[in-house]
Design a protein around this ligand. Structure first.
Ligand SMILES: C[S@@+](CC[C@H](N)C(=O)[O-])C[C@H]1O[C@@H](n2cnc3c(N)ncnc32)[C@H](O)[C@@H]1O
Length: 268
């Protein structure tokens, strides 16, 4: 049995929910149990670097002194960085293997006493109301029932707190074609976010700010076999993307990723 196998609250009334949670957990246990899974630096998953940088900037600017929840942390989580930036961190995931790996990483880095880890269903958080100042997650919301996820996040967020998520979008036909040809990389229930999913967030949070990444920069793939040109091409096309999304915000729906910064209003 994995060290992190805390019980998940059972749902005796919803077999479909049980199936979906078990499928997510098993897929990610396989993925995080296999060290060969991570892609190379000229692969499609190296494209959204600008998005990762922007996500990290949002986290870094908010971490100091904050009680932070990393939501769906996986194995290569942000726990160490969030602690380095002055946060107190709790991390949850439904996968035993992910939580075990995240715990091991924390032990290796000597920060186990400053972080806590739990296997938990992100749609049914067991923390008391208003427990966290900051909730962060990368590529997790699109694995969840969003109505339940947003409600759970809003419940455990303190008034004035912020939730920051980096998520894939599901409107670009080329990206969707790639997804169709690589089903083994994804769980059967995951669903890159659509605009109505983002609209739904507005019902749970006071403000929802969006920043889009990776549309024209997908052209960098043309340089996959020319490594010296990869980084300059990505930089130039990222800059074009930034200009495009500023001039024509509607183009954001065809981006690959969106950075969502959602805040809970102060009381009174
Ligand atoms: C694409 S991975 C992202 C992991 C990590 N955030 C990262 O960026 O590397 C999605 C994560 O969501 C977790 N997950 C899926 N469904 C979940 C649920 N209902 N509750 C908690 N975690 C869940 C998976 O186990 C997996 O670790």
């Amino acid at each position: 049995m994995h060290v992190g196998a805390e019980p998940i609250r059972p749902s005796e009334t919803d077999p479909e929910l049980e199936r979906r949670l078990a499928a997510e957990r098993e897929f990610h246990n396989r993925k995080f149990g296999d060290p060969e899974e991570h892609g190379n630096s000229q692969s499609i998953y190296a494209l959204p670097k600008a998005a990762y940088r922007a996500f990290q900037r949002e986290l870094q600017g908010r971490a100091a002194g904050a009680d932070i929840l990393e939501y769906g942390c996986g194995d290569c989580s942000y726990v160490a960085q969030l602690i380095e930036w002055g946060g107190r961190v709790t991390a949850i995931d439904i996968s035993d293997a992910a939580i075990d790996a995240a715990r091991e990483l924390a032990a290796e880095r000597g920060i186990s006493n400053r972080a806590s880890f739990a296997r938990m269903n992100a749609e049914d958080l067991t923390f008391p109301d208003e427990s966290f100042d900051l909730i962060v997650g990368r590529a997790i919301l699109h694995h969840l029932d969003l109505e339940k996820a947003y409600a759970s996040i809003a419940r455990v967020l303190r008034p004035g707190g912020t939730a920051v998520f980096l998520e894939p979008l599901g409107h670009n036909p080329l990206i969707n074609l790639y997804r169709r040809f690589t089903p083994h990389l994804r769980t059967e229930d995951e669903h890159p976010l659509l605009m109505p999913d983002i609209e739904l967030a507005k019902r749970h949070f006071g403000t929802v700010d969006l920043e889009y990444f990776t549309l024209l920069s997908m052209g960098t793939l043309a340089f996959a076999k020319v490594p010296p040109l990869w980084t300059p091409a990505l930089k130039a096309l990222d800059a074009l993307d930034a200009g495009l999304f500023k001039l024509l915000p509607v183009a954001g729906r065809w981006a690959w990723t969106v950075n969502m910064v959602m805040s809970k209003p102060h009381k009174g």
